[in-house]
Design a protein around this ligand. Sequence first.
Ligand SMILES: NC(=O)C1=CN([C@@H]2O[C@H](COP(=O)(O)OP(=O)(O)OC[C@H]3O[C@@H](n4cnc5c(N)ncnc54)[C@H](O)[C@@H]3O)[C@@H](O)[C@H]2O)C=CC1
Ligand SMILES: CC(=O)C(=O)O
Ligand SMILES: [Mg+2]
Length: 368
Amino acid sequence: MRISVVKEIKPQETRVGLTPAGVTDLVQHGHEVFVERGAGDASAYSDADYVAAGARLVDQDTAWANAELLLKVKEPIASEYRFLRPDLTIFAYLHLAANRPLTEALVEAGTFAIGYETVQDDTGLPLLTPMSEIAGRLAAHAAATYLMSQFGGPGLLLGGAPGVAPARVLIIGGGAVGTNAAFLARGMGAEVTVLDTSAKRIRQLDAMFEGRVRVLMSDPHVLEDELRQADVVVGAVLVPGRAAPKVVRREHLGLLRPDALLIDVAIDQGGAFETSRPTTYEDPIVVIDGLRHYCVANMPSAVPHTSTRALTSVTLAYVREMADRGVAAAVAADASLAAGVNVRDGAIVYPGVAEAFPDLPSATLRAG
Ligand SMILES: NC(=O)C1=CN([C@@H]2O[C@H](COP(=O)(O)OP(=O)(O)OC[C@H]3O[C@@H](n4cnc5c(N)ncnc54)[C@H](O)[C@@H]3O)[C@@H](O)[C@H]2O)C=CC1
Ligand SMILES: CC(=O)C(=O)O
Ligand SMILES: [Mg+2]
C-alpha cells in the first residue's frame, strides 16, 4: 500500500504521525512510505532518518496525492480540505463531534476517515490513552505554572510550603487525563479532588490513590461545593466520540474564586466548561467572564519527543493491519478498528458524530 506522512500545519503542532522505526516496519512489510520533507524535524527525526528507514521524501502535494492511507496527528485544517478525496483513507485525531466544517468536508469528499480517538478495544481507547496520559501530566504542569504571579496567576505554589496550605486542584473526570493529572498534582503536593460519575471508576480510583486524593461521586451539589474551594479546575470528562458534557456551566463561574484557573483538557471534544474556547500554545490562556481558561487542544505537542514515540507505539499495529489487508478488509475483520470509522462513503457512521450533526448524511457502519 502507498502510505504518506505529512507535516503538521496546525499552529505549534510539533508531533508527526509516524517515527522512522514505524517506516522501517511498514517497508519491511512491502509497503511504500512517503514522508513530507521536514515532517519529523520538531520531533527530532531528520529527513535523513526517514530516508535511512526506507521512506521517500516528497512535498506536501505529492504526499497527499500519492497516499492511499494518510497518517497525521491532528485533524486536517481548512487549508488541507482541498486534498480530501474518495479514494483516500485518513487516520488521525479527528474529534468530529466538535468540528462541523471538517465533518462536512469529509462527507462531501467521500473520504474514509478513521479517528484515533474512537478506536476502542476491551481496554478502552488504546489510541487516545497515551496522549491523554501525557495531557493529564501536562495539566499539572500548566496548573503549577499559571498559578505563579509571573504567569498571571494569584502567586500560589501548587504544593504550598511547610506551615502554609497547598493549592486545591479539582479534577472533573477520573479517566486517563484525570488520573495522570491527579498523580502529578498530588506528587507536587497539591490537595487534589477527583469527581467522576462512574461508580466502577470511583472504586478503582479510590483503591489506586489510597486516600492521598479525595475521590467523590459527582452530583450537582458536590460539584458546586468543590468549585467554591478550588484554585484550579481541570476538565477531563469524556463520553467517547460525543461532544463533551458541559459539566461547568456559565452560571457556575460565579462560585469560583476570581483568580481560579480553569484548564479544559476536554476542549478537543468541545470542552467540559460551557465558556471554553479552543486556544493554542501561541496564546494558551483566554479570559472569559473574568476567569482564566487554559484550553490548548493539542497539549501533547509541547513534548513531541515523548508524544510522537508514544503515538506510533500504539498506532503502528493498526496501520500495518490496514496496509497488509486493505482498509475495508481490516475494518471488517477488527471491531476495534471499525469503532474508529467516523465517516465513510459520504456518510457519518459514528453514532456520537451523527447525533451532533443530525442534518448531515449518516449511515450504519456496514461490514466490509
Ligand atoms: N487537549 C488535549 O491536548 C487532549 C485532550 N484529550 C481529551 O481529554 C478528554 C478526556 O480523555 P480521557 O481521560 O482519555 O477519557 P477517559 O474515557 O479515560 O475518561 C473520561 C472520564 O470522564 C468520566 N465522566 C464522563 N462524564 C462525566 C461527568 N458528567 N462528570 C464527571 N465525570 C464524567 C468518565 O466516567 C471517565 O472516567 C477527551 O476529550 C480527550 O480527547 C486527550 C488528550 C489530549
Ligand atoms: C488527543 C488529541 O487530540 C491530541 O493529542 O492532540
Ligand atoms: Mg486534542
